[in-house]
Structures are given as C-alpha cells and as structure tokens.
Design a binder for this molecule. Structure first.
Ligand SMILES: [Zn+2]
Length: 129
C-alpha cells in the first residue's frame, strides 16, 4: 500500500468505490432519462431522477491532459506524471492519472484503458500496447 492519500468515500460514491475494489470501473446512469455521469452524485444532473451504478469498459480517448511536475503531498515519487480527462466510450468524462514510462506518448486523442492496481482501488488509465 502506498503512502498516497485515498479519496474520502461519501455515501453518493460508495457504490463507485465498491466497483473499484472489485477491479471494475463504473459510472452512473439515470433510471429516468438514461443520462450517464461521472463523478458519482446523489441524483441525475440532467433531470434530477434516480441513478444507478453501471459497470463500463473503462476504455476511452484522452480529451485533454497535463503533466504534473510539482505534485501534492504523497505523490512526489510519481512526478512527473500525466493526469488526463478521458472521454469514456460509454459517453461521459472521467479524470485520472495515465500510467506510462513515456510521457511523450500521452496525447489528445490517444486511446486509453482503465487500470486498477492491486492494493489500491483507484481507477487510473494506461496506454494499451
Ligand atoms: Zn436523468
């Protein structure tokens, strides 16, 4: 287990973290209008209807990214590292670190997959081989 701080798990996000613990990425889908959303919230941001957690592929395309050179506490050993906004194939956008040894490979439009490392149920991204 790393020394990195883990997110506080709020009631709205409990199901998301349960899925991550199982090694799967999930997003929310509205039971009324079928809108998909990430990050987890109590209700649908489109219509206010109830939402359910659905498992998704975790595949997506980099929409934008930054290279972090001055990391926050707990992340120093990772720097420099890439953090990207990724358009998931299922229709919403998620943010996460892109795990790579080659930061020049991180580009807008690059395909990525979700990676959940053993012992740290934090969905991240990687560039597929
Ligand atoms: Zn809705």
């Amino acid at each position: 287990m790393s020394e990195r701080p883990l997110p506080k798990i709020t009631p709205d996000a409990a199901r998301y973290w349960e899925e991550a613990e199982k090694g799967t990425r999930s997003i929310q889908q509205c039971s009324t209008c079928n809108n998909v959303q990430f990050y987890p919230r109590l209700l649908c941001v489109s219509c206010g209807g109830p939402v359910e957690e659905i498992t998704v592929s975790g595949h997506g395309t980099i929409y934008s990214f930054t290279i972090v050179h001055s990391p926050p506490a707990g992340f120093a050993e990772l720097a420099p590292y890439a953090v990207a906004l990724v358009d998931l194939d299922e229709g919403t956008r998620a943010m996460g670190r892109v795990i790579t040894d080659d930061l020049t490979a991180v580009e807008i439009g690059r395909r990525v997959i979700t990676v959940i490392e053993d012992g740290e149920p934090l969905p991240q991204f990687a560039i597929p081989a």
